[in-house]
Design a protein around this ligand. Structure first.
Ligand code: MF3
Ligand code: CO
Ligand code: CO
Length: 274
């Protein structure tokens, strides 16, 4: 199955379906964006995601997604605050100045998936710690360095190599290797895996025109090691309790190079300084 899936190449009609799904998902992130402020409960953000998605006739891919040790995922978005690396479950937690919060959205539009995330610095500039800003900047730059490293037919490992080189040279932060980017399309998660560190499998596998995948580096201020919450079965935290940041795009490899499908109107663009 993995072998077959790893060869999925979309034709022009299918590429248009993916562009359309990702366009909606990016618009959704722009809808949520103004509400990601001090005082908002993360479950209030999730409610906006849920209602906007349903009112447009689409499906939140996260809701009831199978796989957690304690049952399927219970909400329509993932919101991962501070030491939470990924799969944070929206709750009555209120965002406060100085927090960093990753909002990860995935929508199914006409059977096709768009998946992306952004980390937000909560509050005024002078309320954000240096390390919060640096880990966020690092994750953001790693996403674009990973994308820029790809080309039609490239080895998947060029992504992890570009990320690890950058982080080692400029930061010394931990690059999470347990959770990876992924092929995406008619399924939320499919082959191939897209690791953010170089790996032997990623060295063998290639990105061919027509393949859709995500890049979603998770960067930790301290150790790369993580712990999954035993009670909820989803929330993944840094082992040392230090901050973690992430950014994600869905990307189509074309005959001419990578095409980012999840560009927002109002979010940070390549080169942005936090
Ligand atoms: N959006 C996440 C990703 O980037 C996956 C979330 S799965 C969920 O792959 F079940 F936690 F929602
Ligand atoms: Co993803
Ligand atoms: Co995601």
């Amino acid at each position: 199955m993995t072998r077959r899936q790893s060869k999925i190449r979309l034709n022009e009609e299918e590429r248009e379906m993916m562009r359309n799904a990702c366009r909606f998902n990016a618009e959704l992130l722009d809808v949520v964006r103004p509400f990601v402020k001090p005082g908002v409960k993360t479950e209030e953000l999730d409610r906006i995601v849920h209602e906007y998605t349903l009112s447009h006739g689409h499906v939140p891919a996260c809701l009831h997604y199978p796989g957690g040790d304690a049952g399927p995922y219970p909400k329509s978005s993932c919101i991962s605050v501070n030491e939470v690396i990924c799969h944070g479950i929206p709750s009555d937690y209120e965002l406060k100045p100085g927090d960093i919060a990753n909002v990860d959205l995935t929508t199914i539009v006409d059977g096709w998936h768009g998946d992306q995330s952004e980390t937000f610095l909560i509050g005024e500039d002078n309320q954000i710690s240096d390390v919060a800003r640096r880990v966020t900047q690092c994750a953001f730059d790693c996403l674009y360095l990973g994308i820029e490293a790809t080309s039609p037919g490239c080895r998947i490992s060029v992504i992890g190599q570009a990320i690890v080189d950058h982080v080692k040279q400029h930061y010394g932060f931990g690059v999470v290797d347990k959770y990876v980017g992924h092929g995406i399309g008619a399924q939320f998660h499919q082959a191939p895996n897209i690791p953010h560190v170089p790996s032997p499998v990623a060295h063998r596998e290639r990105l061919h025109p027509g393949m859709c995948f995500t890049i979603e580096p998770m960067i930790n201020a301290g150790t790369a090691h993580s712990v999954c919450d035993r009670r909820d079965g989803w929330t993944v935290r840094t082992q040392d309790g230090r901050l973690s940041a992430q950014f994600e795009h869905t990307i189509l490899m074309t005959e001419n190079g990578p095409e980012i499908l999840t560009t927002t109107k109002n979010g940070p663009k390549q080169g942005f300084k936090f």
